[in-house]
Each structure stands twice: as structure tokens, then as C-alpha cells.
Design a protein around this ligand. Structure first.
Ligand code: E4P
Length: 218
């Protein structure tokens, strides 16, 4: 499973890249809003330079013309790594289709049902992003949607990578890994929790103490 970082914060990205675990990054308008005051192009290029992998940047237009225009501009900044994030809606599907014809990779976002995923995959999305946590929030089963999409891809030999998104806790990461989904996009705070186990902390402390006693004894 590939790990994407779900953030637009450069310090978080640099730290996680230094651990050798980041394959890509997803951003969205809300994550960018946390970096308010900075220039979008500067943020995006700093991320692509650091990550050297797919970086999703979301369009904000509401018509196909607006979306494609924005997409072409963002994509021109770094053709090697930029992926255009497009919201699930009829205009979005038109944009995905048009961008596929131009060989511009897309990530269809705000997917909450298998039917939406089927449409996005048919239209030619490179990635689809089902939002696991937001489904759980309203009492639905987010991981069940990931399983449904993986079954669909397998049954029909369809092409698209599934990004398990809106991850809220480490167990979502475990469930995503076991589902066979291609990618989990993980907030930095949750990535840090993945390190943690009380027995590891206890073990490190005990080994440090024993090492110090051994050195003193010599
Ligand atoms: C990533 O592509 C999504 O935009 C993100 O995971 C949404 O997460 P949220 O539901 O915590 O806002």
C-alpha cells in the first residue's frame, strides 16, 4: 500500500519524507486554508520538490470550462507530479473525461458511494477518493465502501487507483491496508500515531537502562 500524506503543510511533509514513508500528497481547499497567506504555486512546488511523487491539487471552478482551465494551469507547474483533484458531479465527470484526453491525471474526490466511484472510473479518473471517515461520521460504514470499490475493480478489471481518504484514526489505516486499496492518504497526526506502541516505548527505555548499566560495569 502506498502512503500519501493528507496535508498542505510543508513542515509536516518534510518530516514525514525524512522517515522514508511518503509516496505522495493530497491537498484540498480546507487544508490549503490552514496555510493562508502563502501563494498556491509556491506551496505546491515546494511539495512536489520534496515528495517527488503524485501531489493532488483541487480545482475550485464549477463548470467544465473553469475546471479544465484551472487544471491546465496547475498541471503546467509540474507535469511530472501534479494530479488534478476534481469533485464528483456531472461537470466534474466532463472535466475528468476532457483531462484524460489531454493525458492529465485526475483524482475524483468526494466519493461516498459505489455508484459515484463507477462513474468516475468510467469517465477516466486516474484515482478515486472515497471518504471513509465522513461516512463513519454519519453512521455509515466507510470501509465497506472501500471493499465494494475494490471488488468492482477486480470483477471488471477496471483501471483506477483507490485512495482511502478522510482517515480519522490508525485503525482506518490498518483496515485500508487489509482491504487491498492502493493508497491510504493519512493526516500527519495519524501517521505519528502509527509509530506508537506502549511495549516499544517500554522496551526502548529498558534497553537504554541496561546498556548504561553494562557500560558502567566495564
Ligand atoms: C483527501 O483527499 C481528502 O480531501 C481528505 O482526506 C478529507 O478529509 P476530511 O474528511 O478529514 O476533511
Amino acid at each position: 500500500m502506498k502512503i500519501f500524506l493528507d496535508t498542505a503543510n510543508f513542515d509536516e511533509i518534510r518530516e514525514a519524507v525524512s522517515w522514508g514513508v511518503v509516496d505522495g500528497v493530497t491537498t484540498n481547499p480546507s487544508l490549503l486554508n490552514k496555510e493562508a497567506g502563502k501563494n498556491l504555486k509556491d506551496i505546491v512546488l515546494a511539495i512536489t520538490n520534496e515528495v517527488k511523487g503524485p501531489v493532488s491539487v483541487e480545482v475550485n471552478g464549477s463548470t467544465v470550462e473553469e475546471m479544465v482551465k484551472e487544471a491546465e494551469e496547475y498541471y503546467s507547474w509540474c507535469k511530472e507530479y501534479i494530479v488534478i483533484k476534481i469533485p464528483m458531479c456531472p461537470e466534474g465527470l466532463k472535466a475528468i473525461r476532457a483531462l484524460k484526453q489531454k493525458n492529465i491525471p485526475t483524482n475524483c474526490t468526494l466519493i461516498f458511494s459505489l455508484n459515484q466511484a463507477i462513474l468516475a472510473i468510467k469517465a477516466g479518473a486516474t484515482y478515486v477518493s472515497p471518504f471513509v471517515g465522513r461516512l463513519d461520521d454519519i453512521g455509515e460504514d466507510g470501509m465497506e465502501l472501500i471493499h465494494q470499490i475494490m471488488t468492482y475493480l477486480e470483477e471488471y478489471d477496471a483501471e483506477a487507483e483507490v485512495i482511502s481518504a478522510s482517515i480519522r484514526h490508525p485503525l482506518h489505516v490498518v483496515a485500508t491496508a487489509l482491504s487491498g486499496a492502493h493508497i491510504a492518504t493519512i493526516p500527519f497526526g495519524i501517521l505519528k500515531k502509527m509509530f506508537k506502541h506502549p511495549l516499544t516505548d517500554k522496551g526502548i527505555e529498558a534497553f537504554a537502562k541496561d546498556w548504561s548499566n553494562f557500560i558502567k560495569s566495564g
